[in-house]
Ligand binder design. Structure first.
Ligand code: ATP
Ligand code: MG
Length: 159
């Protein structure tokens, strides 16, 4: 479906509003004005964003912040970002983070719940949209995931 990017991001934040309040986590959106809409499978993209935001909530201590952003890239795609002020990921784990069942340091993940599938599922869904996903992090400080999606025009046969 054709989907307004602002609505996509704001609806995502709305789905987590109770959890965010409970953890005293601030949310924000940060959109470039020229970002309009994308042509996506809305259910699947909601699942991608839910996986990313739930990670941010899981791995960000109380009082932190989660920001959903969007901007247009030079090569005509839309980049959507999920950034948190959480515990981050050590450099040596960054290469493997999208593998199924991969979790950083079993000790730190043990109490968190989950199976280590969230990012690999998100990646599958983004690839199915002919997009890509990448993760940057500073251990102990922040994590930022960027999902880049093509801007399909209506009627070009995609979806
Ligand atoms: P599941 O998503 O299946 O509930 P999970 O969250 O552990 O479990 P993934 O979402 O695939 O699995 O993430 C893999 C690992 O990457 C996590 O276990 C965690 O160590 C690390 N990670 C993912 N997102 C973040 C983040 N925002 N901040 C810090 N670490 C993260
Ligand atoms: Mg997860």
């Amino acid at each position: 479906q054709r989907t307004d990017v602002r609505e996509l991001l704001e609806d995502t934040i709305d789905r987590f509003s109770v959890q965010m309040q409970q953890k005293d986590i601030q949310s924000a959106t940060d959109l470039d004005i020229d970002v309009g809409s994308v042509w996506i499978d809305r259910d699947h993209m909601d699942q991608v964003l839910d996986n990313l935001v739930s990670n941010s909530l899981k791995y960000t201590p109380d009082g932190g912040k989660v920001t959903l952003g969007a901007y247009s890239t030079e090569d005509g795609m839309v980049a959507i970002t999920v950034t948190d002020t959480g515990i981050g990921i050590p450099k040596q784990d960054l290469d493997r983070i999208f593998e199924r069942f991969y979790r950083v340091d079993k000790a730190r993940s043990r109490n968190m719940g989950g199976t280590g599938l969230g990012l690999s599922i998100a990646r599958e869904m983004v690839l199915a949209h002919e997009g890509h996903i990448s993760l940057e992090s500073e251990f102990g400080q922040w994590t930022k995931v960027t999902v880049t999606l093509p801007l399909h025009e209506e009627g070009d046969g995609v979806h």
